[in-house]
Structure formats: C-alpha cells, structure tokens
Design a protein around this ligand. Structure first.
Ligand code: ADP
Ligand code: MG
Length: 401
C-alpha cells in the first residue's frame, strides 16, 4: 500500500488545504474537557502553517444527525485550538456556499480556519456526491489526518478525495506506518495481547494476526466465552453467547495463550478469590460470582512472552479494571507492555479507550512507540479490513507538482 503523505507536497504556499481531522472531543460547560484529540493533530496543522498553506479544518462532533444543533457547535474547539496553536483559529459559519468560498480565499497564507460541525450537513454521513463536490470546491488539496474516522465513508472522508489531490496527514501516516509494523512488517517474536469486553471485534484480530504472530495472549470477555463454550461453570461472567463457536475455534490454537488462573468474585469486588483453571471443565464460579480478572500465575506466564517480544500490540483490558481488586491483571500487563516497549529492540503499539486509560494509570504512555488514536479504526486495521478512508487515498493517481 502506498500512501502519499503531505510531507511530499512540494509547494503549499497559498494553497487551500482542507484537512479532515477528528476533533470529536468531550465538551463540558461549553469547554473542551479533554484536548488529547486536538494535540494529536497539531503536527499536521503546524506543518501546513509553516508551509504557508491556507488551512481549512473539518471535523464532526457528536451525532447531530444532519441538522444544526447549537450544543454541538465546534466553537469551543476553535477556542481551545487557538490557545494550543497560539494563533487565531477562525470558525467559519455554517454553510459551504459562495460566502464561505470567499472567506476561504481571503484567508491569509499560514492562517487556520475551522468549518462548523460537518455532521450538521445531511450529505456528510450519506457520503453524498453533490455535497462532496461542493465541499471540494473550497480547497485545492485534500488531506485526511483523522485515523479514527478512516474506517467510515463520508463526504469529508472518502467523497471529497475523488475530486481533489488527496494526501495523508502526518498523524494518519504515522498510524499507518506503526500499525503496518504489526500487520505486515513485524519483527518476530510478534506478541499480541487481546482482551476487553466486545468479543465480536476481537476475534477478527486474532484471526488476522494468527499467521504472523508468535503468541497471542488473551484475557477478558473472550476467555469467559471460551470457558463457557467448553462447559466450565462461569456463573455471572460476561459471555458473548453468539461467539461461542468462534471463541472455541480460535482459543484452541497452539499460538493462543490462555489464562491458567483467574480472579472470580462478586461484581462489586467485595468478595474475590483466585481459581486455577484445570484441564477438565469444572465450576470456576458460584452462581453469584463472575470471572473479573486474570490471576497471578497468568500474569507471570504472560510476562515471559511479553519480555521476548520484538513487536508488541495490546488492545483490551484483562479484567474489570474499573473495580478493585480486579485492576491488578490489567495494570500489571500495562506495566509489562510499557517496560518492553521502552526497549529499543521492541516496537510497542496500544489502542482502545480503556487500554489507554489503564496505561495512563501506570504512567507508561511515554514508553509506547505508537499510542493509536484509532479506536474502532485500529481494531479494523488490525483485523486486516479495508478502511475506506485509506483505500481512497491509495487509489488516487500520483499528482505531479
Ligand atoms: P478497549 O476500549 O481498550 O478497546 P474494550 O472496550 O474491548 O477495550 O473493553 C474494555 C472493557 O472490558 C473494560 O471496561 C473492562 O471492564 C471490560 N472487561 C474486561 N474483562 C472483563 C471481564 N472479565 N468481565 C467483564 N468485563 C470485562
Ligand atoms: Mg472500549
């Protein structure tokens, strides 16, 4: 896959560059409550500013459903972004007609504008051709920088790329480069750690990584589902009944390393105990208990694999880390992943909301080579799926400047 990044564009001076970003940040009391997603795009924006482009940022926030919804205005984002960039970010009023075109043309070189919430327009999520073409009239060049939206079709993601020279921004390029080090260019041993709650999104990753990986360590809901399918008594554990067959098939593979002990207890964490998993199915939990974490022996077992990894990828909590004492397994894994990723010989990737949260708790984010901003897009990338936003960039013919 060859994707052209904006760093390859020769002359950006005075060019109108429309950049699709992911500024879908939480708002609280009319302010940005967490600016992580803004920070992730700063390198791309700063690069374009330095090259004297006219930067037009496009994002959605929330789900206004194709209607103007004042509470989902990007005004607070424009304000916070202005502070971060130390330069005024002009919020363009709703509309993509002649008025907006004029405003964009009048932008000074190296200035930054932000369009209003792109999901105020019904044509966005419908990936409407006419809307995409109107949008393209605002710019000379299209840049996709929001990896987190690359798994969706949309006028500002895929549609517009059909009408303009299209490039990957620095964030998107970094994500593709880093994740490709897991999926196609991995240094072995490749060790994947897969946990979390949603079995249906994790099984495709195990399936895709199995041929390349040396070991896949699993925790969380998949393990419960597998144990239930095998006939172990799992009490109130989270089980994905629909995926029993698949969990059974994949967890039986030689490369898939399962917990040898688990922590069971009541959901509130007031009662808990460690239970060894015997070869023959047995009652792991009582009726009022569930499996909420991996056990100490499993942590030790996983550490032996993690310590040997030259490529490491982790998604999904090992247990219900939000409730004590069930955080132990997840935080231990977070610490071990950080320690290994810190080493020069190992390339470490993590992604997913709760996974990032737990890495933050142990203070390991700085040691990870790629902290993916992708969420669902990352899961699909790791599962080997075609991401529409990336596919459309790969298809466009090279443009000579
Ligand atoms: P991420 O957001 O990191 O991709 P997921 O969304 O897949 O991860 O899952 C994270 C959630 O999975 C956590 O909130 C955690 O509480 C839950 N989880 C992990 N193991 C279990 C378990 N054994 N039982 C119930 N929930 C679990
Ligand atoms: Mg999650």
């Amino acid at each position: 896959m060859s994707i052209r990044s904006i760093s390859r564009i020769k002359n950006l001076s005075g060019k109108r560059v429309l950049v699709r970003v992911d500024f879908n940040v939480p708002l609280k009391g009319g302010k940005v409550a967490d600016d992580t997603r803004l920070l992730a795009h700063l390198p791309t924006i700063a690069f374009l500013v330095k090259k004297k482009a006219k930067v037009i940022l496009v994002s959605h926030i929330g789900r206004p459903g194709g209607k103007q919804e004042p509470s989902l205005s990007l005004q607070p984002v424009a304000k916070r972004l202005s502070e971060l960039l130390k330069t005024e970010v002009i919020l363009l009023p709703f509309g993509i007609g002649a008025d907006t075109q004029k405003k964009v043309h009048a932008l000074g070189a190296g200035r930054v504008a932000l369009m209003e919430n792109i999901r105020f327009y019904p044509g966005e999520e419908a990936d409407d051709e006419v809307f995409a073409r109107e949008l393209s009239a605002l710019a000379d060049i299209f840049v996709l920088d929001g990896f987190a939206v690359a798994h969706r079709a949309g006028a500002s993601i895929t549609g517009i790329a059909r009408y303009l020279p299209a490039y990957a921004g620095l964030l998107l390029a970094k994500e593709i480069r880093g994740l490709s080090k897991v999926t196609t260019k991995s240094k072995n041993p490749l060790v994947a750690i897969i946990g979390g709650a949603k079995t249906e999104t994790k099984i495709p990753i195990i399936k895709n990584l199995l041929p390349k990986a040396d070991s896949i360590l699993v925790g969380g809901g998949i393990v419960n589902t597998y144990l239930a399918a095998r006939g172990y008594g799992v009490g109130k554990s989270l089980v994905d009944t629909e995926y029993k067959e698949q969990a059974l098939a994949y967890c039986k593979k030689r490369k898939v390393i399962l917990p040898t002990d688990v922590v069971v207890g009541t959901a509130d964490g007031n009662n808990f105990r460690v239970v060894k998993i015997e070869k023959k199915p047995h009652e792991i939990c009582r009726k009022n208990e569930g499996i909420y974490d991996i056990g100490p022996q499993t942590i030790e077992l996983f550490s032996r694999y993690i310590q040997k990894a030259k490529t490491l990828v982790w998604n999904g909590a090992m247990g219900v880390f939000e409730v004590e004492p069930f955080s132990v397994g997840t935080l231990a894994v977070a610490g071990m992943v950080a320690e290994q990723s810190k080493k020069k010989i190992c390339f470490g990737v993590i992604g997913g909301g709760e996974t990032l949260q737990s890495m933050e708790i142990v203070g390991g984010l700085k040691d990870i080579d790629l902290v993916s901003t992708g969420g669902g897009a990352m899961l699909e990338f790791l599962a080997g799926k075609r991401l529409p936003g990336i596919a459309v960039l790969a298809q466009v013919l090279p443009i000579v400047h």
